[in-house]
Design a protein around this ligand. Structure first.
Ligand SMILES: Cc1ncc(COP(=O)(O)O)c(C=O)c1O
Length: 472
């Protein structure tokens, strides 16, 4: 995954858009690896998700619009619960709220038997408002405030994942002020970083999260936790990155963290739990090929069992925190096409800039990570030839790109609807109000019914924080 500063990108005539499909009709087929499980085309060619025609959703709720397939979310959550199930039957999969959270989503996660991993006081508040019991919550954060720790303890969270030495004292102080003993995992940085298909392993850990294994800080933190009567040491945590397609990065990370577990056990410190974090990848485009959930789960269990055998220790209870792999494929974005502008490039090629009514404020991943997406015409099908397009947003930023290279029908016209697949994770949750665009609604669909998961913001919402605004 490459990061680049948002801004003009010169010279990249066409990275590698692949050959044009014979005609845009080829975009009619919906690759099940990329689209929500209930996605289909109806008789007229319009895209239907959860039994709801996207044209009707756009008319009722406006665009841009996030559509969340409840059945898809629930089935992926259940798949994780089953694949990663622990014989003890306790919730060992925590849905990572940062991918996307609203009260409805918290309910779906809990009803499917998952816990929730929260990384801020705001996420904690939404999870609780969604009816998630504190005992099913796990708290993260590299800079938790005293108030966030206090709120987590008051909610009775199952685990606090401590991220620094000072935080050990902070959690202990807040727990002891309440006469509690807080259950704690220690986040270990193991020098493995995974990003999209690849991982790198180094001896150093140059990042803000966790406690370094190599420097001894992680072991020091564990001993500090063990020595503090207000804390109960439960185990170790490691999260290596995102969009991971196979188990090789986890294998290196698990070996390293389990070597620490071995040292601790030999020193008489029990390590009951090992949390290997999230990061399981999804298909954004048909070429993306993450291994199936159950294969990854089997591989991770085997890796941990082998590493524990090498260390001569028992296998700890395993915890996981997938976010993207549960909500990512369940969500899509619907945009309305506005300005269409052909631009002549060097070598006589033409690129057609297709502007939509959202952009980097509802999906910053393309600008931030050079992410790739699948986009199709959603309100009809077309027999027209394909044209090479760049789908762009409406923000005052030339890096405001939604899909860098896409083949869309040449008869695309203002007012057409485009659907972008796999936008359930890290799109609405990372959304901004840049250029004072109201953030889009999120609508849940299931069996032909809709529910507003988050309503669309209005100009009134935009002015609500500005004391200089005239009251209506
Ligand atoms: C500690 C931790 N756990 C879980 C996740 C969820 O990752 P993903 O959504 O890629 O599964 C993240 C993502 O950044 C994370 O930092």
């Amino acid at each position: 995954m490459r990061a680049h500063p948002a801004g003009p990108r010169h010279g990249d005539v066409v990275a590698n858009p692949g050959p044009p499909p014979r005609r845009a009709q080829s975009g009619v087929a919906l690759d099940p690896a990329v689209w929500p499980t209930t996605a289909e085309r109806d008789g007229s060619g319009a895209l239907v998700i959860g039994g709801c025609d996207l044209r009707d959703l756009a008319a009722e709720f406006g665009t841009p619009l996030f559509v969340l397939d409840e059945e898809d979310f629930r089935s992926r959550a259940a798949q994780f619960r089953i694949a990663y199930a622990d014989p003890s039957g306790t919730a060992n999969v925590y849905y990572a709220a940062k991918a996307f959270l609203a009260t409805a989503v918290a309910r779906w996660a809990v009803e499917e038997g998952l816990g929730i991993d929260v990384a801020s006081g705001g996420e904690l508040a939404v999870a609780l408002a969604g009816g998630c019991d504190g005992a099913r919550l796990l708290q993260h954060g590299n800079n938790k405030s005293r108030a966030e720790i206090a709120a987590a303890l008051d909610a009775g969270v199952a685990r606090i994942v401590v991220d620094s030495l000072p935080e050990v004292d902070l959690v202990a102080a807040e727990a002891s002020a309440r006469g509690l003993r807080a259950d704690v995992l220690v986040r270990v940085t193991v020098g493995v970083e995974a990003h999209t298909h690849e991982f790198i392993a180094t001896a150093h850990e140059d990042q803000k999260f966790g406690l370094s294994l190599a420097s001894g800080a992680a072991e020091e933190a564990v001993r500090k936790v063990v020595d503090d009567p207000a804390l109960r040491f439960r185990g170790l945590h490691s999260h290596i990155g995102s969009q991971i397609f196979d188990a090789s990065g986890f294998e290196v990370a698990a070996a390293r963290v389990i070597s620490l577990a071995g040292r601790l056990v030999r020193a008489g410190i029990g390590v009951e739990e090992l949390d290997l974090g999230g990061g399981m990848g999804i298909a954004y485009v048909p070429d993306d090929d993450p291994i199936p959930v159950s294969e990854m789960a089997d591989a991770l269990r085997r890796i941990v069992a082998d590493a524990c055998a090498r260390e001569g220790i028992g296998v700890p209870r395993l915890l996981f925190e997938p976010g993207r792999a549960i909500v990512g494929p369940a969500g899509i974005t619907v945009y309305e096409v506005g300005t269409i502008k052909p631009v002549e490039l060097d070598h006589g090629q033409v690129r057609t800039y297709v502007s939509v009514d959202g952009g980097m404020s509802d999906n910053v991943r393309t600008a931030l990570y050079d992410a790739d997406y699948t986009v199709v015409l959603a309100n009809r099908v077309s027999d027209a030839e394909s044209m090479l397009c760049r789908v762009v947003g409406k923000h005052c930023e030339s890096g405001d790109v939604v899909v860098r290279d896409a083949w869309l029908p040449a008869d695309l016209a203002p007012g057409d609807l485009l659907a972008l697949a796999a936008t359930g994770a890290y799109c609405r949750s990372m959304a901004s109000q840049y250029n004072y665009l109201p953030r889009p609604a999120v609508v849940g669909v299931r069996g032909g019914s809709t529910r507003v998961v988050l309503r669309r913001e209005t100009p009134r919402d935009l002015l609500a924080l500005d004391p200089g605004a005239e009251p209506e």
